[in-house]
Design a protein around this ligand. Structure first.
Ligand code: GLC
Length: 813
């Protein structure tokens, strides 16, 4: 960004209650509006001049900001605003000169201090958020580099970077951060969101270590502060405002197999056959751009895909779903219906002289729909009917930054873009008033977001009973309402594998729980060892897809020899084994905003050791993954936070906090489970539709007392939103007298679960003296109402008829 010239907005001149429940502030050089939501989150909007700009939230599909009741008190040099919120009465102190805003929490502690409000000549705003020398910064959406972004300057402008030089900025802009300060009982977290569709920049205590400086190119500033104290509180409040990831269909949580491209019906059938023949658990096959007729979106190539319906029907019989890529660029072609229609209705983005704006993408010259207009979104959504009618289950939105170039040279399939895209002249509808045009640049960061919104809104309206799956490359704050994200064109390099961890963790705490990186790397070719290590951890990415570029080697799991194929199968079987646990964590994401992948610092904010760990992750609250990320490494050091931890495979028990060197031959992904957890699992399946031999196994890791809720539903429809679920409380208590008691509550709810035998597996157990089921001793055996013991695992089987059951074991492990 060119360094703009900033001018201070000046001191506070006066304030008054505004109509919507907010407080209007009059500054010497501008206007502001401040409000606190009933959950304690603060929003401040301001701009230079005499009137406040229109609220942009409806333009991106967000609900109006709610306002809590307020009373004010004049104080020396300013005013105090006291808000009546659900669980506290936060106070906002405003200093008049210089103008400063302080959000105060319990006992008057400062939660956030905003100062240095300034506007740029031309267009642009700036504000500073005070920080301490010890605060750590996570989030910022999709970013390179380490987990803690303190000391970085980060740009937010959706960009398709050159493959060779992947650096900031990337495809996604989420101008939000989660900051954590202090440790032990003083640990405090807060979130800061800059709601700006225009490019912005964060100086994260890089230039001055007492402040984070936020700059946007927009004409107005729109900033929100989400108080903690725990990171989970911040994410709950933040996602309550910007939206949460709806529970995906179960099949979308399986493995996705992709390549640029499976380019004919025969090739797709062959891949599907191999997957099943080799028993590699997989749910989804992705069709990249070559399924289309000359890269025309919403068409099929008539020669290579003569009967899409038939193909997709056969694949479905074998348990496969198909996801097709849809790029926003509509081929400039007078014989193409979608183009003609879009042109006739004026649905495309224009130049500043009203002529059509086109750019070069796969289909050569292409026009871009203006998704900021509601009628364009409905028109675009409708186009998907053709794909859905053919049996397509999900949509993959790519190139939606939007990406493209202005000239290229083509040699067969090889395309050399040789001049970058010039978006300076491009115009789009304004978010505040779609009848008005603005420079594309000012709304660029929501382009892909609005495309996904168009697609999802159509799918939800046309098929309201189904849960949908969308995948996007570009994104903006709140994209999780509409789509999952993958991190774009990575490379088959160890450094890209390593980087995927902090990148996905930061995306996760930016509100996007359903995210993944291309397993094996997109560009170039993975070695067998790299692929093995990648699929080990990648199979536990929230979104697990193997993908590769046509120039590199094929990266289906069996392309690297038998040993690696076995590793891939075991890894994906583990994902399917853990599917009920994944599902539970995804439910949590929808209902509380907690991420699926969590930095250790998120779960253990009070532990200084966890603050910078970026080569380990927590999958949900209980599973700690410590993948091998170095070429040739056969062991690694693992940090175990405070508490009891079990080795997932050997059941060896460790007391944290401690460091541990673990052996990790190529076959092993080190995983640890928190003592005091109950994991719902199942026996592995080849795809989510297959009925598992055991649809529920309850795996118990003793330690602290624990309780969890198991929620089962049909895995596919939206009936769960209307309460069609089956809920079971699971509890574990270490009782006095050396007994362990596991309680299974009576099942509640209307979703039907057939009678079944459920094994409850106590990990790290000793040979028991007595095992009681429902208060009666039971015998060692193999059937229902018996127990067995092998290698430190005690398995108690009960007949699950929906009633309450209890298990008592003596001695307790
Ligand atoms: C972009 C995508 C990649 C896709 C390719 C062809 O590079 O990021 O995933 O395979 O386009 O569609």
């Amino acid at each position: 960004m060119v360094e703009p010239n900033f001018r201070d907005l000046g001191p506070l001149r006066g304030f008054r209650p505004a109509q919507n429940g907010a407080v209007a502030l009059e500054l010497a050089g501008g206007r502001a509006e401040l409000s606190v939501a009933p959950d304690g989150a603060l929003r401040i909007r301001c701009n230079p001049g005499n009137t406040l700009s229109t609220d942009p939230l409806p333009g991106i599909g967000r609900a109006p900001w709610p306002c809590a009741k307020m009373r004010s008190r004049e104080r020396d040099g300013g005013v105090s605003l006291i808000f009546a919120c659900q669980d506290a009465t936060p106070q906002v102190d405003i200093d008049a000169d210089p103008f400063r805003v302080r959000l105060l929490g319990r006992r008057g502690a400062t939660r956030a201090e905003l100062f240095d409000f300034a506007s740029a000549s031309g267009s642009g705003m700036r504000v500073a958020v005070a920080t301490t020398a010890s605060e750590r910064f996570y989030g910022f959406g999709e970013k390179h580099g380490g987990l803690n972004k303190r000391g970085s300057v980060l740009e937010m402008r959706n960009t398709d970077p050159e493959l060779r030089r992947r650096r900031d900025p990337l495809y996604v802009s989420i101008p939000f951060f989660l900051a954590q300060d202090g440790f032990h009982a003083d640990a405090q977290a807060r979130g800061v969101l800059l709601e700006s569709a225009a490019p912005s920049r964060f100086d994260v205590a890089a230039s001055k270590d007492d402040r984070v400086v936020l700059e946007t190119r927009a004409e107005h500033l729109d900033l929100a502060i989400f108080p903690g104290p725990h990171p989970a509180d911040v994410l709950r409040r933040f996602t309550a405002r910007v939206g949460r990831n709806p529970l995906p269909p179960l099949w979308a949580l399986g493995h996705h197999q992709s390549r640029w491209s499976y380019a004919s019906e025969d090739e797709v059938r062959k891949v599907a056959r191999e997957i099943r023949r080799r028993g590699i658990p997989t749910d989804v096959i992705h069709l990249d751009i070559d399924y289309m007729h000359g890269f025309r979106v919403f068409t099929w190539d008539p020669k290579r895909f003569p009967d899409p319906k038939g193909l997709l029907r056969d694949l479905a019989l074998d348990g496969f779903r198909v996801v097709t890529i849809v790029d926003p660029g509509v081929k400039f072609d007078a014989d193409y219906g979608v183009y003609n229609e879009g042109r006739a209705f004026g649905h495309f983005c224009t130049r500043d002289d009203e002529r059509l704006y086109t750019l070069r993408v796969w289909p050569r010259e292409a026009a871009l729909p203006d998704f900021n207009c509601e009628e364009v979104r409905s028109w675009w959504g409708e186009q998907h009917r053709k794909l859905l009618d053919a049996g397509v289950s999900g949509i993959w939105n790519d190139m939606n930054e939007p990406a493209g170039w202005s000239r290229d040279v083509r040699l067969g399939r090889v395309i050399f873009p040789y001049r970058g895209q010039n978006t300076q002249a491009m115009q789009q509808a304004s978010l505040e008033d779609p009848s008005r045009k603005v420079r594309h640049e000012m709304v660029r960061n929501v382009y892909g977001y609005q495309e996904c919104r168009a697609t999802r809104e159509f799918l939800e309206e046309a098929y309201p009973e189904r849960r949908h799956f969308l995948l996007s490359r570009a994104g903006f704050t709140g994209i999780q309402r509409y789509a999952a994200l993958w991190t774009g064109d990575n490379k088959s390099r160890w450094s890209d594998l390593r980087e995927s961890l902090p990148m996905l963790l930061n995306l996760s705490v930016s509100g996007v729980p359903f995210c993944g990186a291309d397993i094996g790397g997109f560009a170039f070719s993975a070695t067998p060892e790299l692929y093995a290590r990648w699929i080990q951890i990648g199979s536990l990415y929230p979104f697990a897809r193997t993908h590769s570029m046509w120039l590199g080697r094929r990266q289906e799991p069996w392309r690297f020899g038998k040993r690696v194929e076995d590793i891939a199968r075991t890894s994906l079987e583990r994902r399917m084994h853990l599917l009920p646990y994944f599902y539970r964590v995804f439910r949590e994401a929808e209902f509380t905003g907690a991420p699926v992948w969590r930095p250790l610092a998120y779960e253990f904010p009070e532990d200084p050791e966890c603050a910078e760990i970026q080569d380990q992750v927590l999958l949900g609250p209980n599973l700690l993954l410590a993948p091998v990320l170095e070429k040739g490494a056969r062991k690694r050091t693992v940090y175990l936070p405070p508490g009891v931890w079990f080795d997932w495979e050997s059941d060896a028990r460790y007391a944290g906090p401690r460091h541990l060197v673990v052996e990790a031959p190529l076959e092993k992904l080190p995983i640890f489970v928190r003592g005091g957890s109950i994991l719902p699992t199942q026996s592995p399946v080849r795809h989510a539709k297959e009925v598992p031999k055991e649809s529920l196994r309850v795996e118990v890791f003793p330690g602290l007392d624990a309780a969890t809720e198991l929620v089962e539903d049909d895995g596919e429809t939206t009936a769960y939103r209307h309460g069609v679920v089956a809920t079971t409380e699971l509890r574990m208590r270490a009782r006095a007298g050396g007994r362990l008691r596991v309680e299974i509550g009576a099942r509640k709810g209307t979703h039907r679960v057939p009678e079944r035998v459920v094994p409850v597996i106590i990990r790290g157990a000793v040979w028991p003296e007595t095992v009681m089921l429902d208060a009666s001793p039971i015998a060692c055996g193999e059937g229902p109402s018996t127990w067995s013991y092998r290698n430190g695992r005690l398995c108690v089987r009960y007949l699950d008829d929906g009633g309450a059951h209890s298990i008592e074991i003596e001695p307790a492990p």
